[in-house]
Design a protein around this ligand. Structure first.
Ligand SMILES: Nc1ncnc2c1ncn2[C@@H]1O[C@H](COP(=O)(O)OP(=O)(O)O)[C@@H](O)[C@H]1O
Ligand SMILES: [Mg+2]
Length: 253
């Protein structure tokens, strides 16, 4: 097993003239909650898009469990048990909550999702297993009572929990959360923090992008501060909160 589960080395991403990620170095140790904070436009979402293969690096390397994964297609990266959630929740609003999670689970299955009811019994057994596993994911995030609800009808906080359940369905080793508390109230944000800590207890490594500093400082083992695509500071929450450069660039007075 590699020392770190994820390592970004000299990672760069340019969009035309825009430098979104600039010679970024970040190391993520196994089993930790590692946060990435920084102002809007700092490149945080692009970092997640690079890790998950949604965009290709301009240069630099991404190592996952010691293997180089830059340039791989998103579905191959998902199969390596890297999961993510999105800054703007991405669910299938017309499907039920349970079906949304089953779609996530099917990434790991042999038969694929849509035509599984037409398939031979061996696949239907697989289908049943997928349903059970999906229910368990809903249980973990605490929304199993909404299983049969239409996903689009639920409040944002619940939709964010659903997205996490779907991410858990791929049995991730690494999970990337893009602003999971965005749009949530104080109570929902506290619950989100508890859920992320619960996921860490499940031995899943977490990378967290988040603007809610109370949440970040509360649950992170390590915080990386990114500004203009570069990592300007890295340390435990206490070190970060007392770093003059970080205060000037991001945290303010
Ligand atoms: N697909 C894209 N095409 C062009 N520019 C992009 C794209 N994605 C991000 N950018 C630009 O890259 C910079 C970083 O954006 P982003 O990663 O979304 O920042 P953050 O998540 O920290 O707010 C911004 O200037 C943004 O406009
Ligand atoms: Mg973003």
């Amino acid at each position: 097993m590699a020392e770190s589960i994820l390592e970004l080395k000299n990672l760069c991403k340019y969009f035309g003239g825009v430098v979104a990620v600039d010679h970024l170095n970040i190391m993520v140790e196994h089993g930790k909650i590692i946060s990435i904070i920084g102002p809007n436009g700092a490149g945080k979402t692009t970092i997640f898009n690079l890790i998950t293969g949604f965009v290709k690096p301009s240069s630099g390397n991404i190592f996952y469990d010691g293997k180089e994964i830059n340039g791989l297609k998103p579905y191959l990266i998902a199969k390596m048990q890297i999961a993510r959630t999105f800054q703007n929740v991405q669910i299938f609003p017309q499907m039920t909550v349970l079906e949304n999670v089953m779609v996530g689970r099917h990434v790991m299955s042999r038969s694929g999702f849509m035509f599984s009811t037409l398939l031979p019994p061996v696949f239907r057994t697989e289908e049943k297993k997928i349903r059970e596993d999906a229910k368990q994911c809903l249980e973990i995030v605490g929304i199993s009572h909404f299983a049969q609800y239409t996903a689009g009808s639920l409040p944002l906080g619940t939709q964010r929990q659903l997205e996490i359940a779907r991410a858990l369905a791929v049995e991730p080793k690494l999970i990337l959360f893009d602003e999971p508390a965005s749009g949530l109230n104080t109570r929902e944000t506290l619950n989100m923090g508890k859920l992320i800590e619960k996921i860490k207890e499940m031995k899943i490594t977490v990378v967290l992008v988040e603007h809610d500093m109370e949440l970040v400082m509360d649950i992170s083992d390590k915080v990386n501060v990114v500004n203009f695509g570069r990592c300007i500071a890295s340390g435990d929450p206490f070190e970060i909160q007392s770093d003059p450069g970080v205060i000037a660039a991001y945290l303010g007075g």
